[in-house]
Every structure is written in C-alpha cells, then in structure tokens.
Design a protein around this ligand. Structure first.
Ligand SMILES: CCCCCCC[C@H](O)CC(=O)SCCNC(=O)CCNC(=O)[C@H](O)C(C)(C)COP(=O)([O-])OP(=O)([O-])OC[C@H]1O[C@@H](n2cnc3c(N)ncnc32)[C@H](O)[C@@H]1OP(=O)([O-])[O-]
Ligand SMILES: NC(=O)c1ccc[n+]([C@@H]2O[C@H](COP(=O)([O-])OP(=O)(O)OC[C@H]3O[C@@H](n4cnc5c(N)ncnc54)[C@H](O)[C@@H]3O)[C@@H](O)[C@H]2O)c1
Length: 720
C-alpha cells in the first residue's frame, strides 16, 4: 500500500508495508495511483516519496519471485515511469535502507536526500538476480560505469556519506526526514528538471576491455555464481544500446535469472538465515518470548588461535573486552596476532586505521582472572581438555558476578559436564566459533539441559551484534556442524583407499562449488590435530589404535591421514601434507606423487583393490553421507529445523549459497531418490555406520513434501 497526503502544495507519498516496505503488488499499485493523483492535482507543485517506519524500502517483495510466478503488473518501472514524465519535481526522502527496487524507485525521482545513517545498494546479486527495474541502466548514468559495476556486482550497502560522494544523494539531512523532504521539494520547484531525469543523461564511453577485465575478475571472485556475470551484461547494455533497448535487455536478463535454480537456492538461503534466527528450546521458550541480558563488557580466556579471533570480533563491535591468558608470553603472542589481523583489515579497506586503533583501546589484556570480576559475559577458549575447562569454569563461578553468562568455545565437549563445575548451570552455554574466528560468520550456540532461555537469547543477540550468523543447536558429541563433517571426511578417505586420488576428490568438490576440497582444508587445519583427537578418543575407549587398525567395534576405519602425520606431513605448517607446499606456511597446493606412492603402499599392505571411481560417485558419496547425518541430527532434535543445517554449512564450511545448503540440495534431488541412494550405499558398504539410513529421512521420503513443510510435519507427527 502507499498512503497519499498533502502538506500545502507538497504531495507526500508514503510506502507502507512494514517492516521493510517491500514493494509488493499493493505497494506498486498504491505508488502508481498516488503519483497519478499528485501529477493530476493542479494544487500540487512537488512530490515527496518516503517509507513508513524505519526504512525507505528493501526493494521488491522477494516472496513474489517464487518459482514460476510472473510478477503481477504494475511493475516498479510502470509505477515510476510517471516520475520520469512529471513536470513537478519528485524527491526521494530516504531513512534506513533504500535497497534493490527501493533504490530503483529513488533513481526514478529527480532528487534524493537521506539521513546520515541511511544505506543504499543493489543487493539483488546476493539473491541470484539483478536490479531489474532500471537499476543497471540508471545508476551508471548517475555515478559512472566503474562505480556501478562495483556496487551492482558486489551487492554491498553504501553508507550515506559515500552515497553523497558518489552522487547518489543530493543532500544529507539531520532533522525529521519527512519535514526535510517537504522543505527540499519546495526549494526545487521551478528549477529545470531535464538534466535530473536519468534516462536523459549521456553515458560515458567505456572500452570493451573494461568489461572483459571485469568478467575475469567476477568469475574469479564469485566463482560459480551466474548473477554477477548477468549484472555485467546488463551494465554493458547501458553503454552499448539506447535507453529503451537496454531497458528491454535488462528485463530479459532479469527474467532469465529469476527463473534459475541459483536464484531459487539463494533466495531460500536468504529466508533460511532469518528462519534460523527464530530459535526454540524444547521447553517451548523461544526467540519471541525470551529477552537477552545486556552485554556491555565481555571477557575472553585464552589468546590462542580462537581466543584472539573472538576477542577481535568483540572489540571491533565496540564491546570492551578483558583478554586473559595463562602468562605474559602467550598474551603477547595473541595480541600480536590481533594487531596483524587488524592491519590486514585496514589494508583491505574493511576499516580505517583510526577504527582499528579505537578497537585496541577497548581491549584489556591480562594474566589475572580477577579482572573478569565485573564483565557481563565470558567466552572460554583454552585447550580442548575437559578437566582444564571444568577447573576454569569453577574459578569463573567464584570470581564473576552471579548474573554473568559463561560461554565455552569447545568444539566437542559436553556442555552439561562443563556446566556442572558451576552453581549457575542455567548461565552456561556453548558459543562455538569457526576458524578463523574473526572471518568465519557462523556462531554455533549450544544449549545444555539447564541453559536458560535468557542465556540463549543473550548469545543469539551477541552473535548478531558481532556480525556473525548465530544458529542454536542442542548438545551432543561434536554438536551439529562438526558431527556432519565426520562422515564427509571419512567418506573422502574411503574414496581415496578405493582408487580416487585426493586431488580428484578435491577437484570434484571445488567444481561443485566448495571453496576448498576436503584434503586442502585438512592441510590448512593441520593433520596432527585429527591424529591427536583420534588417539585420545581411542585411549578413553580402551582401544589400541595403530596404523594397522582396519576396524574398530565392527566399523571400518581408514588411518591414511595418520600415515602422513607419522611421516612428518602435517599440512601447510610443515610444508607437506596431502599436497606439497614447497616450504612451511606457503599456501600454493601442489599435487604430490610421493603421496600417491604412500596411498599405493597403504592399499598394497591391506590388499585393497583399486578401481576407477567416477566424479558423480565421489560427489554422491560425500554429499549423501553428510546429508544422512543431517537428517539424524534433525531426527534427534539437535536442531529444530532443516534451515539451521543449511545455514551452518553455508556460513561454517562455505557450501555455495547457489546450492542452498545440504538439506535444500536433498530437497532438490527429491527425498525418495536421496533415500534410495543411501540405502544402496548402506547395502554396498555395511561396515560404515554413517550409511545406516535416517528414520526421519525414510518417513519424509514417503511424503514428497517440499522442505518448507518438513518442520511442521516433524512437529505435528511424533512418529517421525
Ligand atoms: C518482471 C518484474 C521485474 C521486477 C523487477 C524487480 C527488480 C528489483 O531490482 C528486485 C529487488 O528489489 S529484489 C530485493 C532486493 N533487496 C534485498 O535483497 C534486501 C533484502 N533485505 C535485507 O537485506 C534486510 O532485510 C534489511 C537490510 C532490509 C533489513 O534487515 P533487518 O533489519 O536485519 O531485518 P530482517 O530480519 O532482514 O528483515 C525483516 C523481515 O522482512 C523480510 N524482508 C526483508 N527484505 C525483504 C524483501 N525484499 N522482500 C520480502 N521480505 C523481506 C525478512 O524476511 C524479515 O521477515 P521475517 O518474517 O521477520 O523473518
Ligand atoms: N582451532 C580451531 O580450529 C578451533 C575451532 C573451533 C573451536 N576450537 C576450540 O577452541 C578452543 C581453543 O582452541 P585453539 O585452537 O584456540 O587453541 P590454542 O592452543 O591455539 O589456544 C589455547 C590458548 O589457551 C591458553 N590457555 C591454556 N590454559 C589456560 C589457562 N589456564 N588460563 C588462560 N589461558 C590458558 C593457551 O595459553 C593458549 O594460548 C578449544 O576448545 C578448541 O576445541 C578450535
């Protein structure tokens, strides 16, 4: 809907579709009618368009792009063409965000003013489409081709100050946006509008080489994504064709994208992230009825790989943080890492040197636990050792205020066992970050049996505040993310034993869209970590694990990675792992014939016959193994909805958004096919427990329901 009112000779049109004024059919029709009324009204001299509430508009209503749905007319361009034709000045008064179609509406206006905190941008590319209402044609006429390419292919939000510099905004105003809009509109009545109409503006001449270079850049930077390339084609049309013809070209490119599988997957991912933010505990407490506690200050214990990164997330989000280490040497090492990461951010223009300096000023490094006395929340990130963590939590329980929340970054230990060391089990929770913690977006929050809703609400809110994507999961061995990783990694090793090379496996995964193959990731993390974890787990279970071990409790094991470790091949840190890196720390991964010999020798020793394994089998075995585990996690209630799993894989492990996430991928394959293939693998590989088909998957596969219906079916049918 759009509201139409008048203030003296000014028509004020309000886009009204809370919370973000998405441009649904009703809003577009309302806008078109309101513009008509304003233009026809003899008493109206100028027009202001603004958004109700906090935002101007977040653009087209993404829900209207559902598969096969044709947008109902009037389109944004139909409604806004009236502004182009109007002899009365039209002013966009922007507060909050003007994104996508929202910015396109503003670009049809003759003038744009904004508040100091407003943001503009074309994020369409992130949901698999392009600005299809003239954005790719009008922006280059306003700010030039190069800046338009940057904004449209990245989808980044541009803050008011930069928008002013680029020429998107004509003025930044500090008082009430509607009052300012009315004042500004009155001030431009009578001025010549011809040069303010963007379609009339000449576009700069640009050599085709600019586009050739950009295509190469975009192919590399957004590997696998088709939308950025289509954005470039549309912008190129603005340079090559007359306005009307290039608008037609933009529309055709838009229509092609909007019907693509990538757009469907990326739009699913957009909504999955928001669905995942709506958490629920088994008690029924949820994000709607629980309130977070304020976190004004925080503490981090351990300044190692993870602690330093977590502290950096906190201070760069403006949260004063005490960082506690066991001694000065470790503390200084951690601070050096943090300073280096900040320098990197400044070099990449992610922040200014001033901002980096300001962040370090609110860090209080310490070797004294007593300094945590007054903080609101502590995140522990010491070695993965239950006894040590329990000792630290008992100490924190005594030192910290009774309301302080105590979080652990453990990647596998039982949250309840850690909580038992305290008298505040309701305030103990897992906040599992992913390496490198400053960069990776996922924050897997883990509740224990006594964790309160207030504690969960606090860590979920903290996650968003420090620019992470928080997901809530229940406690179990390795939680949701790493638990799903296990069958994926195991299957990769089996494939290599059976005849695929590590390099073939990685290639298949990278062709699928994973940022790195499984073996390259292992080299990056360090093969010795898994080696130690396996040996400690075996010791706990009284198992004698040697390089000769083939089965444990009837389950097939492959210890090829441990063979490499015992040969000193620890990964990037030692210069050799599954790949050869030339020297320690170097990142270029070169396939190594020596590794192929090691694999040959291993297979000879155990009499394993090698065979040719197709790319399709490699992909299916790795993906379906983790998908089956995902269904088990869902079945056990470790996560409450499939979207949580997809968000975990997109933000924790780089699953390509254009493939939606493993659960979405399974949905696209059709569950009956997924189930059938898993049953086949189970029959073929009976010694791999991860192929035992999930009961939930079996039931869901009988229904043929789409992913959007799984949660309600799971909740409504206890037999599932
Ligand atoms: C042939 C026809 C031609 C057509 C041409 C069209 C061309 C056009 O270029 C295409 C577009 O504009 S494409 C669009 C390009 N624009 C974008 O991609 C912008 C997408 N939006 C955003 O980036 C963020 O929502 C904001 C930054 C706006 C606000 O962030 P925040 O303050 O953290 O809030 P939040 O939690 O994120 O959202 C609150 C609620 O609003 C919901 N919702 C939001 N936007 C929606 C939308 N456009 N739609 C529907 N719903 C939308 C969201 O799901 C959530 O609902 P829930 O039920 O409560 O979960
Ligand atoms: N490294 C990863 O990829 C990763 C990812 C997710 C979670 N985790 C988890 O994060 C935690 C930390 O892992 P990491 O890789 O950062 O380890 P790390 O070895 O790099 O760092 C641990 C730090 O804790 C400090 N420390 C040890 N005992 C302490 C004490 N009593 N008081 C204060 N500081 C103490 C050490 O000096 C060291 O600097 C572990 O629980 C691990 O399982 C690690």
């Amino acid at each position: 809907m759009a509201n139409y009112t008048k203030r003296d000779e000014v028509a004020v049109i309000e886009l009204n579709n809370p919370p973000v004024n998405a441009l649904s059919f009703e809003v577009r029709s309302g806008l078109q009618n309101a513009l008509k009324s304003a233009i026809d009204d003899q008493d109206v001299k100028c027009i202001v368009i603004h958004g109700k509430g906090k935002n101007f508009s977040a653009g087209a209503d993404i829900k209207e792009f559902g598969a096969g749905t044709k947008q109902q007319k009037p389109w944004i361009t139909d409604a806004c063409r009236l502004a182009d034709e109007s002899s009365k000045p039209v002013v966009a008064a922007i507060a909050g965000t003007a994104l996508g179609g929202g910015l396109e509406v503003a670009l049809f206006c003759h003038y744009r003013i904004g508040t100091p905190s407003c943001r503009v941008g074309f994020p369409e590319v992130q949901i698999g489409i392009l600005p299809g209402a003239g954005g790719t044609q009008r922006l280059p006429r306003l700010i030039g081709v190069n800046s338009s390419i940057d904004m449209i292919t990245s989808g980044r939000h541009v803050m008011a100050e930069e928008a002013m510099k680029l020429g998107i905004l004509d003025k930044i105003v500090t008082e009430d946006i509607i009052e300012e809009g009315v004042k500004f509109a009155k001030s431009v009545v009578g001025l010549d509008l011809a040069h303010r109409i963007l379609k009339n503006r000449k576009i700069e001449a640009v050599s085709p080489k600019v586009f050739d270079d950009e295509i190469s850049r975009v192919k590399k930077k957004y590997k696998g994504y088709i939308a950025p390339l289509f954005c470039l084609k549309a912008i190129q049309a603005s340079v090559q064709l007359p306005y009307d013809a290039s608008m037609e070209q933009e529309l055709q490119l838009f229509q092609h994208l909007v019907g693509s599988n990538q757009a469907k997957a990326q739009q699913y991912a957009f909504f999955a992230e928001r669905t995942s933010a709506r958490w629920q505990l088994p008690t029924g407490a949820n994000s709607q009825n629980a309130s977070p506690l304020p976190v004004k200050t925080a503490g981090v214990i351990g300044a190692g790989t993870m602690g330093a990164g977590i502290a950096l997330c906190l201070i760069t989000s403006g949260i004063p943080t005490v960082l506690v280490e066991q001694d000065q040497k470790f503390l200084e090492k951690g601070i050096k890492t943090m300073e280096g990461d900040l320098r990197g951010s400044v070099a990449l223009k992610k922040m200014t040197a001033e901002q980096a300096k300001k962040a370090m000023l609110i860090l209080k490094p310490s070797v004294n636990f007593e300094d945590l006395h007054d903080v609101d929340l502590v995140i522990e990130a010491v070695y993965e050792n239950l006894a040590l963590k329990k000792e630290i939590f008992a100490k924190l329980d005594k030192i910290c205020q009774p309301q302080t929340i105590l979080c652990t970054n453990t990647s596998s230990l039982d949250i309840d066992m850690i909580a038992e060391a305290t008298k505040r089990m309701d305030k103990v929770v897992g906040t599992h970050f992913f390496a490198p913690a400053y960069i990776m977006k996922l924050q897997e929050n883990v509740y224990g049996k006594n964790t309160s809703a207030e504690t969960v609400a606090t860590v979920m809110a903290l996650g968003r505040r420090i620019r992470k994507v928080p997901v809530l999961v229940g406690t179990c061995e390795s939680f949701a993310a790493n638990r799903m990783l296990h069958p994926y990694v195991t299957e990769a090793l089996y494939l290599v034993e059976e005849g695929a090379s590590p390099y073939e496996v990685d290639q298949v995964l990278e062709d699928f869209g994973m940022p790195m193959g499984m073996f390259r990731v292992s080299d990056l993390s360090g093969l010795d970590i898994g080696y130690k974890v396996r040996r400690e787990a075996a010791k706990r279970q009284g198992i004698d694990l040697t390089l000769g071990t083939r089965f444990v409790n009837g389950e097939r094991v492959c210890l090829l990675a441990d063979v490499l470790v015992e040969k000193g091949r620890l990964g990037i840190k030692s210069g050799k792992g599954w790949y050869n890196y030339g020297s320690p720390g170097k990142k270029e991964a070169i396939p190594d014939p020596e590794v192929l010999d090691i694999i040959e020798e291993h297979c000879r020793k155990f009499g394993i016959k090698k065979q040719k394994i197709s790319s399709q089998e490699i992909l299916e075995r790795m993906q379906l193994a983790l998908i089956n585990e995902g269904f088990r996690i869902l079945e056990e209630g470790i996560v409450s909805k499939p979207e949580d799993i997809d968000v975990i894989w997109i933000y924790g492990f780089g699953w390509p958004k254009y493939m939606g996430g493993p659960m979405f991928y399974a949905n696209e394959m059709k569950l009956k096919n997924v189930y059938r293939k898993i049953c086949d693998f189970h029959q073929k590989y009976p010694f791999s427990i991860h192929w035992t088909p999930s009961k939930l998957l079996a039931r869901l596969s009988e229904t043929d329901l789409p992913i959007s219906n799984w949660t309600s079916l799971i909740n409504s049918n206890s037999k599932l």
